[in-house]
Design a protein around this ligand. Sequence first.
Ligand code: ARG
Length: 481
Amino acid sequence: MLSFQGMKTSTKQSAKKLWGGRFSQQTSSLVEQFTQSVSFDQRLARYDVAGSIAHAEMLRKIGLLSKAEAAKIISGLKAIGRDIATGTFVFREELEDVHMNIEAELTRRIGPAAQKLHTGRSRNDQVALDERLYLRDILAQVGTEVAAVQRALVDLATRNKALIMPGFTHLQHAMPVLVAHHLLAYVEMFERDKSRLADAAKRANVMPLGSAAMAGTGFALDRAFVARRLGFAGVTSNSMDSVADRDCLVEFLSCAAMLGMHLSRLAEDFVLWMSPEFGFIDIGDAFCTGSSIMPNKKNPDVLELLRGKCGRLYGNLIALLTVMKGLPMTYNRDMQEDKEPVFNSADTLLAALKTLAAMLRTVTFKPARLAAASDDAFLLATDWADYLVTHGVPFRRAHELVGKAVALSIGRKCRLTGLNAADLRAISGEFDPGVLGIRTAAQSVNAKKTVGSTNPRAVERELAKWAGLLAAQPGRRPGTK
Ligand code: ARG
């Protein structure tokens, strides 16, 4: 059987179990199939090899392996690592998991020296180590792809920085905003996502090996040495916690769920914008799909899937939280169920982020439609109220007066700016007809003064800030795979 990543998995039965000493019957094939994790945890193989090499080096350092034994083990592991990298290593389901597959193959290749590798180690701390090594890579990769999406958003915003659109609350016209300001709102969300991922990485970057099954070990293992070899910031402090803890995986799934929520909101805005009713954007043909029956259709399926993938990202978080809930100390086999949700969320996010970044580069805004939608004088109602405030009317009263003007224009089926000075004076003597000078969306955005507002000069500064910040960050450049 060929499984994912081109790795091979064989289903041949009845290998000698590495834990078989106390058993007198052969394991049922049903149990082998039910309990195996190698069909999915083989994705941890290269981390398992790296962890084992560091462990062997440490065993040599403290004298539990001879120089010759350590050399044999390490070169054997490196050869296995190469086979894993090229996809030629054959994983066997009857050997249960990635750890025992690699150890059994090492034994087959180098003989008795391999039997010393597991000294002072349990699969309980081994799997915890592998998962942290994997997670460190994934957290960095996801962060890089989030930055690529941010760059694509900043570029899109910069290309369209002169455009004004209606801003919405309750999906109703609220106030004019710059398209760039709207796009930069997502850049902010994604920045918080990156910061959460980086924060999760700090807690993942602590080394659990040396906790053994759960109580630590009587061998004087040099845990700090292993941590240094593998680039960890330090070692875990409680052996029981080390093998029982899956917090860092839950944290990743939580970051992934929140990121998915942001992606789904962006997707929904773009779906709306591409509808004929909005007509604000078009998306390149290469990033849309058609209908099998309606020849006219050009559908934003990529966006809909970005929105829909959120479901599994939430589901994966709830799955692992539920697996972990109420588990007694310390390791329990339930915890094997941690891997598939984590792999799934990682794969989902990486694919979603890469596709989104590429799709954003094909988005075009339609200036005429945006101008027509922004040419709604009701979008200026708050600016009118603010004008009255600057001319001595308390805000609540100004709100009421402009509200009456809105009602009058609705009744007359005219624009708010279609009323004249006499109409306003008729509403109240306090109604300064100077408001009639506020007639365009451009005036509205230009009048904004607060930090973080949609004022074009402020947005311009933000665009420059983000371009600089994102250029300084590591990450994939546009157009690369
Ligand atoms: N495949 C196992 C897991 O992922 C590895 C640890 C198994 N430990 C044990 N004592 N059975 O959780």
